[in-house]
Design a protein around this ligand. Structure first.
Ligand code: PEP
Length: 250
């Protein structure tokens, strides 16, 4: 069974204007271990310009959300087809900030995953427990339930990625112990294999939450960690490339 190619994906969140493209170009000009995939997910407004700036490099460009419908009366929303037309190849879905601030449920996320697949985008589907859930001993139940309900059956025939992002670790400087990261990733792997068989064994499961150059190498070496989803530290090319350098190719 082939191990999944590690993916290091940067989530720029609501950061990035024309001036930030210099950082993206610097990532594109960087070097990283063979077999490692690297992606940047800027705000929707910047996807087309970033894709153009990175043409000829190996960096993939992704969106941070999409609407389930291809078009319609949905003011302010962007469809998966629009992201793809702008140059996106991937899309982050079900990020905890969207689940919390936009009321996205697992069913909403599953509908968005269907939309991403329809448009030919690779979804990065995020799951993660809150601090209260972790302290209540529910972390494994929460994330396995989220991954089951947020993934429609149709993903089994498409490339997709899962990201474990404990809500309490995002942007806080806190990270779970390496043993806790391993326990969650093993539980997610079991859930994915039970549901999708060999496909589930090949899906990359990223860790996300306060990954920095200083902790990337040890986190990326944890069994079943197949890459990282990086927020704050993806905004500066030097930091992001420092994280990428900690990955080993499959
Ligand atoms: C994220 O929001 O996906 C994230 C991992 O953020 P940070 O790296 O800043 O914790």
């Amino acid at each position: 069974m082939n191990a999944p190619a590690p993916l290091i994906a940067g989530n720029w969140k609501m950061h990035g204007t024309d001036a930030s493209l210099a950082e993206a170009r610097a990532v594109g000009e960087g070097a990283w271990p063979d077999g490692v995939r690297v992606a940047l997910c800027p705000p929707a407004t910047l996807i087309e310009r970033m894709a153009r700036a990175l043409a000829g490099s190996k960096v993939l460009v992704g969106g941070q959300d999409c609407h389930p419908e291809p078009q319609g009366a949905h003011t302010g929303d962007v469809s998966a087809e629009m992201l793809a037309e702008a140059g996106a190849q991937l899309v982050i879905l079900g990020h905890s900030e969207r689940r919390a601030a936009h009321g996205e449920t697992d069913a909403t996320v599953a509908a968005k995953v269907e939309a991403a697949l329809r448009a030919g985008l690779e979804p990065i589907v995020c799951v993660g427990e809150t601090l209260a859930e972790r302290e209540g001993g529910q972390a494994l139940d929460v994330v396995t339930r989220q991954v089951r309900l947020s993934l429609p059956d149709s993903v089994s025939t498409h490339p997709f990625t899962v990201a474990y992002e404990p809500v309490w670790a995002i942007g806080t400087g806190l990270t779970p112990s390496l043993a806790d990261i391993e326990a969650v990733h093993r539980a997610l792997r079991t859930a994915l294999v039970d549901r999708f068989g060999e496909t589930g064994a090949r899906v990359a499961i990223l860790y996300g939450g306060s990954v920095k150059p200083a902790n990337a190498r040890e986190i990326l070496a944890v069994p079943e960690v197949g890459g990282a989803l990086v927020g704050g530290a993806s905004l500066k090319a030097a930091d992001f490339l420092g994280i990428v350098a900690g990955a080993s190719g499959a």
